[in-house]
Each structure stands twice: as C-alpha cells, then as structure tokens.
Design a protein around this ligand. Structure first.
Ligand SMILES: Nc1ncnc2c1ncn2[C@@H]1O[C@H](COP(=O)(O)OP(=O)(O)OP(=O)(O)O)[C@@H](O)[C@H]1O
Ligand SMILES: [Mg+2]
Length: 147
C-alpha cells in the first residue's frame, strides 16, 4: 500500500486494528522516521486507547489499556485489553531483552508491537510483519505480511 501522509498511515493501521483478535506479535520494520510509531498511534486510536502513544525510545516498553467498549461495531477487538509497544533500538544486548520478560507480555488479551525487532538476535516469531519504506518526503510504501 502507498501512504501519502502520516494520516494515511494511521488509517492503514486502523484497518489492521479492526482485524486483530488479541495475542498477536507485530514486528515493525523501517528506517528512522519511516512511520513505525505513527502506525502504532493509528492502531491504538482505532482500538479506543485514549492515552497519547509516545515513542518508547527511552522507556523501551510502553503499555496501554484498551477500554472495554471501543468504537461501536468493533466486536472483534473486544478481547484486546492491552497494547504493549516496544522499541528495541537502544537495546544493547540480548540480556537486556531477557530482563524485559517480554514473553510474559504475550497474552491472549494483549497485542505486542515491536519496533526495531532486528536489533536483537532472538527470533520473536511475529504473527504480522509490517514494513514501511520511504518513497518520498511524505510518501511511504507499507507492506503487511502475515506469517
Ligand atoms: N506517509 C507517512 N507515514 C508516516 N509518517 C509520515 C508520513 N509522512 C510523513 N510522516 C512523518 O514522519 C515521521 C515518522 O515518525 P515516527 O516516529 O512514526 O517514525 P519511526 O519509524 O517510529 O522512527 P524511529 O525509528 O525513530 O522510532 C513523523 O513526523 C510523521 O509525521
Ligand atoms: Mg518509532
């Protein structure tokens, strides 16, 4: 898909949000400024998260509660209670990753989104891989692959 703006990217993310059931691990691949965090913001908004999603660059992991009744008509997201948004860019080694105990976050009621998954050598077994590539100033090519 081609996105022409940050808004477009959030719309594409919202569309994916409506197909999630909970328990998914989503890898986000793309250069600095590609729009990975922007994508997560769109996905969170679509699930009814009211807190502003910020880049977990320094915190490494941020957690958001998904309200019980998200947007009307979204029966399929009712089982999703939490979004966990991680950014591995600043992880220095796999030991730091283990310390995060992310496997504890892989629950049926949680959607786990990971920016820079390839910064660690551990295979995270993502269910969905999203690749965002720069095509111009505001243009991005977004590929969504289910594994
Ligand atoms: N089509 C587009 N899709 C997404 N973001 C866009 C687009 N066009 C412009 N932008 C801008 O590009 C920037 C993307 O920043 P964002 O923090 O989402 O990138 P990122 O991939 O998470 O980077 P990082 O690797 O540093 O975490 C934002 O300022 C956003 O407004
Ligand atoms: Mg980011």
């Amino acid at each position: 898909m081609i996105s022409h703006s940050a808004n477009d990217t959030q719309t594409i993310a919202a569309d994916l949000a409506h197909r999630l059931h909970g328990g998914e691990v989503i890898a986000l691949i793309g250069d600095l400024g590609a729009g990975k965090t922007t994508f997560v913001q769109g996905l969170a908004l679509a699930l009814g998260v009211t807190t502003r999603v910020k880049s977990p660059t320094f915190s490494i992991v941020n957690e958001y509660q998904v309200p019980d009744s998200p947007s009307p008509g979204l029966d399929q997201v009712i089982h999703i209670k939490r979004l966990v948004h991680a950014d591995f860019y600043r992880l220095k080694n796999d030991a730091e990753l283990s310390a995060l105990s992310l496997s504890d976050e892989q629950r049926a009621d949680t959607v786990l989104l990971i920016e820079w998954p390839n910064a660690v050598s551990v295979d995270l077994h993502p269910d969905i891989t999203i690749t965002i590539e720069h095509r111009g100033l505001d243009e991005r090519e977004i590929t969504i692959a289910t594994n």
